[in-house]
Design a protein around this ligand. Structure first.
Ligand SMILES: CC(C)(COP(=O)(O)OP(=O)(O)OC[C@H]1O[C@@H](n2cnc3c(N)ncnc32)[C@H](O)[C@@H]1OP(=O)(O)O)[C@@H](O)C(=O)NCCC(=O)NCCS
Length: 151
């Protein structure tokens, strides 16, 4: 189990973060460039494992709803609870300010769906044609504090 340090994103992490993103998703995500340029970005955190950037999470909070926009762990560091640490750190940072965390996940991304379900997220709907290639997105939410879902 590597030593994991979760901390805010710094500009000098850009190359490592982009490398992880491009290795997984094959194309650069415009959103990632946008948040990198708009520092300090409150919900942008990275995981450092033995001095290497091994994962990141981009989240936002607006009114009483938090959103996870991007989450990724470097392939050779997966299944070591780094995603769990990133998510728990983000949720702790918005605790008391949001009623729920919401995210979209590709309908064929079973690994991520299983991960989110384990983290307490539940499916509340589907958006057809959500992604550029026509894939659908499942919407998942995790209730916090005062909110109870009727599911
Ligand atoms: C989804 C992702 C962030 C999970 O990160 P991770 O650090 O590997 O996850 P963790 O080790 O914290 O896993 C926690 C739990 O999630 C579930 N899980 C994680 N990866 C899984 C997989 N590939 N298949 C099934 N369940 C999985 C397991 O229940 C696991 O608990 P367990 O180890 O006790 O069984 C990572 O797989 C990833 O970066 N995937 C590619 C990018 C991606 O799909 N991002 C989400 C876009 S919406």
């Amino acid at each position: 189990m590597p030593l994991i340090n979760i901390r805010p994103f710094e500009l000098s992490d850009s190359r490592d973060v982009l490398e992880i993103e491009e290795a997984i998703f094959n194309e650069p995500n415009p959103l990632l460039y946008q948040v990198m340029e708009s520092l300090p970005a409150e919900g942008f955190i990275v995981a450092e494992c033995e001095g290497v950037i091994c994962g990141y999470l981009v989240g936002t909070i607006f009114m009483d709803e938090a959103r996870v926009l991007l989450l990724a762990v470097k392939e050779n560091f997966r299944n070591r609870k780094i995603g769990t640490e990133l998510m728990n750190t983000f949720i702790s940072s918005i605790q008391g300010r949001a009623n729920m965390v919401r995210l979209e996940v590709r309908s064929n991304n079973l690994a991520a769906q299983t991960f989110y379900f384990k983290m307490g997220f539940r499916f509340i709907g589907i958006v057809k044609n959500y992604y550029k290639n026509g894939d659908s997105a499942y919407i998942m939410v995790k209730p916090l504090d005062r909110l109870t879902l009727f599911l």
